[in-house]
Design a protein around this ligand. Structure first.
Ligand code: COA
Length: 425
């Protein structure tokens, strides 16, 4: 019998984030994911205001999609426990495709909330760039339904292209609507020293012009950024209507968070972030859904997180959402209730999701510009929220009191979604 889903869930005790760090995201030949994880771990250690002894960590939860395929290394969590000197602590790898470290975070929260542990390390890693793009594409496609979808020719750009065309048909969005998301996320990423593509679209254009001139070729002429993004040569179609600058890149990177029970949070941090909402849901693969223009799992995960936190979409000051493709950000802002269905693209066009807008989204640059080392991305979203809520985001700092923030991490085409809400008290 299918029991109805419980309306409101609560954690048995409160949990706080007291440290957060990440490696730079990008392509790092010759550097293994374990070394990238050490970078993230070290930055996390330094971010703990009152310091701590890593030997106090009682357990690890590590998000990783597929180091087996990408690096020929399975059993990732135990490897990282050893590399960080944390053996014999229990180390658990969490795999939920691109939502791996968002779900690892949830597992860490549940472990602390249950009372089993007081101090837990949550992290994520992925090292994707040692393989050619075609092989990475095949590896990523294993996160879809390989029985029905891969034989039909689907890849991840293809899935999100299908969602984008359905969305355009349903609501009248245009390719320009998607380009606005890419433009905005590159503006933000240009202010993030950890971003893989830390350049605005204008800076990308200028670099291409300088490169052509240096080779003695005529300088390309683009009227503005949109003209550049509409130029087939500068911004080729990957899977129509998704072009190069609508796609997150292939990335290496690692992230680390320190979670503790709320009652001891102030022993570690002057400004902890309290986890007030957590929601997770699953769904069928894309071919087997009623709609292509929304992710039901994200809507359910958001509802659970909002109910747990006792807040609504209106209360959220900033959000990091899963923009693996530009269409995904637009759909996310609707699934999370920031804008009504079919209005997310207008909000993007009107700049409502920019740093100065009413609902800043992906101030880090998002997966599009910051990079998307898939298993590390969910915890990476929390690193940005950590910086923003503590007023440590430098040039990309959002003004005002950021007392509530949200992260939204998606696995595959939405077979998994996980949403978290954080409070700064
Ligand atoms: N956005 C902007 N520029 C990008 C880019 C991206 N996503 N990916 C690569 N580039 C740039 C490179 O920096 C390089 O620029 P240069 O010529 O000035 O040096 C150029 O494009 C070619 O790079 P290359 O690595 O050869 O690109 P590619 O064609 O092999 O890969 C994609 C491009 C879009 C196919 C690849 O990034 C991709 O598959 N992205 C999606 C990943 C994905 O599906 N993740 C899971 C989501 S659920």
């Amino acid at each position: 019998m299918n029991r109805p889903i419980k309306n409101s869930r609560k954690l048995s005790r409160d949990v706080a984030i007291v440290g957060a760090g990440m490696s730079k995201f990008g392509a790092f030949p010759g550097i293994s994911s374990r070394d990238l994880f050490l970078d993230a771990f070290q930055e996390m250690r330094l971010s703990v205001d009152r310091g701590f002894d890593p030997r106090e960590i009682e357990a690890l939860y590590i998000g990783n999609f597929s180091s087996d395929i990408f690096e020929g290394q399975g059993h990732t969590a135990a490897i990282l426990a050893d590399w960080t000197g944390l053996t014999p602590r229990p180390a658990t790898r969490v795999e939920d495709a691109c939502a791996s470290s968002g779900v690892a975070l949830r597992q860490g929260i549940l472990a602390v909330a249950s009372g089993l542990y007081d101090i837990v390390l949550v992290g994520g890693i992925e090292k994707m760039t040692d393989m050619p793009t075609s092989q990475v594409t095949d590896a990523l496609a294993t996160a879809s339904d390989t029985l029905y979808e891969v034989p039909a020719g689907f890849t991840f750009p293809g899935f999100y292209a299908a969602m984008a065309t359905a969305y355009m048909h349903a609501y009248g969005a245009s390719v320009e609507s998607f380009m606005r998301v890419g433009l905005k996320n590159h503006e933000n990423g240009a202010l993030n020293e950890k971003a893989q593509f830390g350049a605005t679209i204008r800076q990308v254009m200028d670099k291409k012009i300088a490169g052509a001139l240096a080779k003695g070729r005529p300088a390309p002429q683009w009227e503005d950024e949109l003209a550049f993004l509409k130029d087939e040569r500068a911004n080729p179609v990957i899977a129509w209507p998704m072009r190069l600058f609508d796609c997150s890149p292939i990335s290496d990177g690692a992230t680390a968070l320190l979670l503790v029970s709320a009652e001891i949070a102030r022993n570690f941090s002057e400004a902890p972030l309290y986890v007030v909402g957590s929601g997770q849901a699953s769904d069928a693969a894309l071919h087997d859904r009623d709609t292509l223009t929304a992710l039901c799992s994200a809507q359910l995960a958001a509802r659970e997180a909002y109910q747990m936190a006792g807040v609504s979409a209106r209360d959220i000051k900033i959000a990091e959402v899963h923009d693996c493709f530009t269409i995904a950000e637009i759909i996310a802002t609707e699934d999370l209730g920031f804008f009504p269905a079919g209005q997310g693209y207008r909000a993007a066009e009107e700049g409502l999701t920019s740093r100065q807008g009413s609902k800043p989204v992906n101030t880090s640059g998002g997966l599009k510009s910051k990079g998307h080392p898939v298993g590390a991305s969910g915890a990476g979203q929390v690193v940005e929220v950590w910086k923003q809520m503590r007023g440590e985001a430098g040039a990309r700092q959002v003004a005002g009191t950021l007392d509530l923030a949200l992260t939204h991490n998606v696995g595959g085409t939405g077979q998994t979604s996980v949403v978290h809400i954080f409070e700064r008290r």
